[in-house]
Design a protein. Structure first.
Length: 170
């Protein structure tokens, strides 16, 4: 308390000591069972027997809890088609399979008001084709690519929808 007495005099030091003394009284009289108990962190539910554990992230080693291309009851093309139509109903969305660009890919085209708004290419990670991406760049059309077979990328609903929204600026 030497600093207080030097700055404010003996009276301030007495006030600080008396205040500390009152506070100290409360801490001295605590019983061990009065101490707050640490909260147990919430535990995720255990998967049912035979069911694989699921992760919280839309990528990684564990399949995410949210809907994704692998938990969907259908093909990856049907999954993307369903997702695009549900989430982006304001666009006309068509798709086609393309085998002419040196690789097999499914191409979704979003249009609005007769204008091409976005091109989404679904392809294997084994393909390195950039022809469609370059065509879209020359046209000034936004372009996205999703790999349907890239290890650890599940194409979870939130991941796909967020990327498409960003490309469409909606």
């Amino acid at each position: 308390m030497g600093l207080f007495s030097k700055l404010l005099g003996k009276k301030a030091e007495d006030m600080v000591e008396s205040m500390f003394g009152d506070e100290k009284h409360f801490f001295d009289n605590l019983r061990p069972d009065d101490k707050p108990q640490p909260a147990d962190p919430p535990r995720p539910p255990k998967p049912a027997k035979g069911e694989q554990p699921r992760g919280d992230l839309p990528w990684g080693e564990l399949m995410p809890k949210e809907e994704n291309q692998y938990s969907f009851d259908g093909t990856y093309i049907e999954y993307f088609d369903m997702l695009f139509r549900e989430e982006f109903a304001q666009y006309q969305i068509g798709h086609e399979t393309d085998t002419e660009r040196y690789h097999e890919a499914t191409i979704f085209t979003f249009t609005s008001g007769g204008r091409k708004a976005l091109v989404v290419e679904l392809m294997s990670e084994k393909s390195s084709s950039r022809k469609l991406a370059l065509e879209c760049q020359r046209e000034g059309t936004p372009y996205l690519r999703f790999y349907y077979d890239h290890h650890g990328w599940w194409n979870a609903r939130s991941y796909v929808v967020d990327r498409v929204r960003g490309a469409l600026s909606v």
